[in-house]
Design a protein around this ligand. Structure first.
Ligand SMILES: Cc1cc2nc3c(=O)[nH]c(=O)nc-3n(C[C@H](O)[C@H](O)[C@H](O)COP(=O)(O)O)c2cc1C
Length: 191
């Protein structure tokens, strides 16, 4: 089966290293046979989750849009920065909003259940954001996402990409292609 994958970045920053990495990984996934939709970076800029706000107004339209996209895809590719050893508030807030039901009869965790996910990160630091990926993996596993066991963190990331967002280091490119190809196969089997 051709997996349909939704690609999300945990940073809405102009010039985001993780969005650059996400686009490179999305292209690798297409080459490996997946259909990939890359979500615009600003699409995750939701109001900060608050249960009173949710009770009063329900889910904001932009949350419903992202949930609909998630429901229409088999898997997620997420590139997340590391903020103080964990994931960004932007990404956590989006995960929390999308975990909420849109109606009384919606299944629990509808946007996440039976999905697979590939996690990558980029950071100017030496660990490349790996500690954030460990947290992200825990969060997703607990909300019924089958996270691909292998992940990749690109360290020293300011020098990792060329002018067109291409990965400059051959070994990093090789490892990412191998990771992404393995994940697309996994997603195709489980999806
Ligand atoms: C609040 C904050 C905390 C950060 N903490 C970490 C950290 O724990 N580890 C790390 O490798 N980089 C850390 N950084 C640096 C980010 O990796 C860097 O800003 C990176 O470019 C963010 O990803 P982006 O380029 O996709 O926006 C932090 C940055 C900010 C703003």
């Amino acid at each position: 089966m051709t997996p349909k994958l939704l690609a999300l970045a945990g940073s809405s920053r102009d010039g985001s290293l993780n969005f650059t990495l996400l686009k490179a990984v999305a292209e690798m996934a297409r080459t490996a046979g997946a259909e990939v939709t890359v979500v615009d970076q600003s699409a995750l800029e939701f109001p900060l989750f608050n249960q009173d706000l949710e009770a009063r107004d329900g889910l904001p339209p932009e949350v419903k849009e992202l949930k609909a996209l998630m429901l229409a895809h088999d898997g997620l590719i997420i590139a997340s920065p590391e903020y103080n050893s964990s994931i960004t508030p932007l990404l956590k807030n989006a995960i929390d909003w999308c975990s909420r039901p849109s109606s009384d009869d919606e299944e629990s965790m509808a946007a996440y259940r039976d999905k697979t996910a590939l996690l990558v990160s980029a950071s100017p630091g030496g660990f490349g954001g790996m500690r954030a990926l460990n947290h992200l993996r825990d969060i997703l596993l607990n909300i019924r996402v089958a996270v691909y066991p292998k992940m990749h963190s690109v360290g020293d990331a300011y020098s990792a990409f060329g002018q067109n967002g291409e990965i400059t280091d051959h070994e990093t490119q090789r490892r990412l292609v191998s990771l992404v190809t393995g994940y697309v196969e996994f997603a195709g089997k489980l999806g």
